[in-house]
Design a protein around this ligand. Structure first.
Ligand code: PMV
Length: 349
């Protein structure tokens, strides 16, 4: 019988509501500020990864969404080296264990959403890679400990180790061992929170996040104010708004933080533009909707690209969707029910 060992794991996409932007250590992926995210439901956007190892494998191999890719990018190799070191320690402690640390790996990874749609796929991908190999290697590490390894692969990946409401604590130590993800609250704490993704453009972003961050750190004056003053205060307030299930506060902080992050991008030199005119119209629309209902029912946030993620509470879904349906009904992907939006449109379009 062929001696092949396999383990699988899924990891969901997470979308930051308090943005990570800036590295204090490029090699270890240590951030200049703590961040917060909401992890999307596994049924919506997730990566499923299987890791296999065998003494018969002759090289490391990787298949992404059915296509073979070279398994040699520096980030994944760094992550793999770490996991192998942990497995090696385990094998030394327990010599009866098979020598997985000396065998090659085959990795098969698949997203249940289009990888090229400009959504945060690398975070889910790296997180699923780490957890599947950790399972295969039977590592005793906690999710927070594994998040330290995922972080080295892609900063935001560390937050995809947890469901629900997650903080990435920036940490203080030089070796990065305290720069890890922790749960603020599980999804069941506030299950009424929903996310709607508006794919404005599926194009690849023109400034990758790593080079964009470096440019901002080196050139933006606004950035210093953001990391020293704005984010530490916002981190505490946003954590509290989640614990209190205070949507109005959470939404205000989320929108302000997205704006603050994009402002530091604009303040970089030369400036970085991630949002386009459609993104800006979506921002205006969200503010119009909140004004119209005289209540904060929706929050927007934009990562390093033009696509919008809208957060809202389940009870307001019909109110929000009726408007969104109307405005985007000509685009694919909608089943419009046309009720209840006329009053809004008369006023704002
Ligand atoms: O983890 P990276 O290198 O893909 O950077 C993520 C940066 C943002 O998505 C803009 C913010 C965040 O906290 O996820």
């Amino acid at each position: 019988m062929t001696n092949i060992h396999i383990a699988s794991a899924t990891a969901p996409v997470n979308i930051a509501t308090l943005k990570y932007w800036g590295k204090r250590d490029k090699v270890l992926n240590l951030p200049t500020n703590s961040s917060i995210s909401v992890t999307l439901s596994q049924t919506d956007l997730r990566t499923l990864t299987s890791a296999a190892t065998s003494p018969t494998f002759t090289s490391n191999k990787l298949w992404l969404n059915g296509e073979e890719h070279p398994f040699n990018d520096a980030r994944s190799v760094q992550v793999l080296t770490h996991l192998k070191e942990l497995r090696k320690k385990l094998e030394l402690e327990n010599p009866a264990l098979p020598k997985f640390s000396e065998w090659y790996l085959h990795i098969v990874s698949e997203n249940n959403f289009p990888t090229a749609a400009g959504l945060a796929s690398s975070a889910a991908g790296l997180a699923a890679l780490v957890v599947s190999i950790a399972k295969l290697y039977q590592l005793p590490q906690s999710y927070s400990e594994l998040s330290v390894i995922a972080r080295m692969g892609s900063g935001s990946a560390c937050r995809s180790l947890f469901g629900g409401y997650v903080a990435w604590e920036m940490g203080q130590l030089q070796d990065g061992s305290d720069s890890k993800a922790v749960e603020i609250a599980p999804m069941e704490h506030w299950p009424q929170m929903k996310a709607l993704i508006l794919v404005v453009s599926a194009d690849k972003k023109d400034t990758p996040s790593t080079s964009g961050m470096q440019l901002t750190v080196q050139t933006s004056e606004l950035f210093k104010q953001r990391v020293d003053v704005v984010v530490p205060k916002r981190f505490k307030e946003m954590t509290q708004s989640i614990l209190d299930k205070n949507f109005a506060k959470f939404a205000e902080l989320t929108m302000k933080d997205s704006n603050s992050f994009h402002a530091t991008c604009l303040d970089s030199f030369p400036p970085i533009f991630y949002m386009n005119d459609t993104s800006k119209k979506i921002i205006k629309l969200c503010h119009h909707i909140n004004t119209y209902y005289n209540e904060t029912i929706v929050a927007y946030t934009f990562d390093a690209g033009p696509n919008a993620v809208l957060y809202y509470l389940q009870k307001n879904e019909t109110k929000l969707f009726n408007i969104i349906y109307k405005l985007f009904e000509k685009l694919p992907g909608w089943k419009s029910d046309r009720a209840n939006y006329k009053q809004f449109l008369d006023q704002y379009t």
